[in-house]
Design a protein around this ligand. Structure first.
Ligand code: EPZ
Length: 424
């Protein structure tokens, strides 16, 4: 199994480019099924989860041609509507294929999706099943845990999400594009990736209004075209690198990003004394001596993103005082805290969703295993600020979401070695 060895502490310097957003790419690839035409996707991140998504759409019969960060997908050859569990069970976002197959071909078969360890009961899909049922799908569930959905023609409906869900919002929005009549979705997620997807679909003939607000209205159409989709910069990469710069007291310029998509973090930087300047697509983080503590509660966009909760925790271990971190979105998203405590952090687990951090603390290098993607980048940051060597196993979890992370950090002056092949 591949691993990273990181020698710390280190001050970084230089520029780092942000890649395309994983959580946008994982939706636009299945959305290609909604049209019979060829889609051209640019600024695609070169990461494991994208490989899986492209393998899944190729397995359905689409023709996929990839050249580094560009891919063209010709869906006209799609000849099956069953998601191959070999591919689908490896990543949660495979659920995003269900709606477009149902909308375009009138039926779809899939196994309850897999996914990372966060979320107590795996990762529920009740909102998806309920939503597709609301659009008129007939739903069968077999003993072997396969779902079989059928619908001659989907019919627009009014659906209220009992829980704000990013992927369920995206799934219902894109599926309703080909339904007959009007669909009104309420209590929607408002992530920038949702607005970006809606803007693209509208350019191809869909009629979506309200994406990026809690209420989205979709007027169904018979078919849509396909065109070029440029993936927006990854706001979680942007936030992770900004936190890494602050925690290592480094001077780093983060390029090809959208500072506005990380506004909540930048507002907090102003409160805790992390100096930065910003332009339309650049964020320049400057070194600081003193970091003040500031408590956060994760919240749907535009609130503090759950995907930055663990990187922010490591920053608070360097703050001069106590801070409370309250993870409100997921269960089991504080699994990494034990490892930080082993490195010397002073963290009290108040309950499964709340921790208090007392800083500042000198951290010491340790042997770590990454439980999930975002905890993985947190371990990398902890290795950069800890004294001595940090070994991180299971770096597949990091390669899933951060393209060539060790190569990009070495370019900033980090002493990070990858032992074992890059399993891309
Ligand atoms: C998306 O996951 C992202 N993944 C996650 O990023 C991100 O953490 C999350 O949104 C929140 O921002 C992708 O976009 C591929 P949710 P998603 O549905 O859509 C509950 C990363 O590291 N829920 O918004 O799966 C769910 O249990 C990943 O890049 C239901 O109850 O998250 C959770 O408590 C991790 N029933 C809450 O909604 C459902 O049918 C929010 O989850 C669906 C979700």
């Amino acid at each position: 199994m591949s691993k990273f060895i990181i020698e710390g502490p280190v001050k970084l310097s230089g520029e780092i480019d942000v890649k395309g957003a994983k959580n946008s790419a994982l939706k636009i690839i299945p959305a290609a099924i909604l049209s019979a035409k060829t889609i051209h996707i640019t600024n695609l991140p070169n990461i494991e989860d994208i490989d899986k998504s492209l393998s899944l759409i190729a397995d359905l019969g689409a023709e996929v041609k990839r050249d580094k960060s560009t891919v063209t997908i010709d869906p006209s050859g799609i000849n099956k509507t069953e998601l191959n569990p070999v591919f689908a069970n490896k990543f949660r976002a495979s659920i995003m294929f269900v709606g477009p197959l149902l909308a375009r071909f009138g039926e779809v078969t899939f196994h309850q999706p897999g996914g990372c360890v966060i979320g107590a009961s795996g990762r529920p899909i009740d909102l998806f099943i309920e939503g597709f049922g609301c659009l008129g799908a007939e739903i069968k569930y077999t003993e072997e845990e396969f779902y079989h959905l059928k619908a001659k023609k989907l019919t627009g409906c009014n659906y209220f999400f009992n829980v704000v869900s990013v992927t369920a919002t995206e799934a219902m929005m894109m599926t309703a594009v080909l339904a007959q009549g009007t669909t009104t979705l309420q209590n929607c997620a408002m992530e920038p990736e949702i607005k970006s997807l809606a803007d693209y679909l509208n350019k191809q003939g869909a009629k979506i209004t309200g994406a990026g607000t809690p209420t989205i209205i979709i007027e169904g159409v018979d078919e849509i075209n396909a065109g070029e989709f440029e993936i927006i910069p990854d706001r979680i990469e942007t936030g992770s690198f900004a936190i890494m710069a602050a925690a290592t007291r480094s001077d780093i310029i983060i390029k090809n990003c959208h500072p506005d998509h990380t506004r909540v973090l930048l507002n907090i930087f102003n409160k805790i004394g992390v100096p930065f300047t910003e332009s339309k697509d650049t964020l320049h983080i400057k070194p600081t001596d003193k970091i003040k503590p500031y408590s956060i509660k994760t919240h749907e966009y535009p609130g503090f993103p759950t995907d930055l909760q663990s990187p922010y925790t490591i920053l608070m271990t360097q703050a001069e005082g106590s801070s409370l971190i309250h993870e409100t979105i997921y269960d089991r998203r504080l699994l990494y805290v034990d490892m930080l405590s082993q490195m010397g952090a002073d963290i009290i687990m108040c309950d499964p969703h709340r921790i208090v951090i007392n800083g500042p603390n000198q951290l010491y290098g340790k042997k770590l295993t990454s439980p999930d993607l975002r905890a993985g980048i947190t371990m990398v940051i902890s290795g950069l600020i800890a004294k001595g060597a940090t070994e991180i196993d299971n770096i597949y979890q990091i390669d899933r979401g951060y393209e060539d992370i060790d190569g990009r950090l070495r370019a900033l002056g980090a002493d990070i070695k990858r032992i074992g092949t890059l399993n891309l």
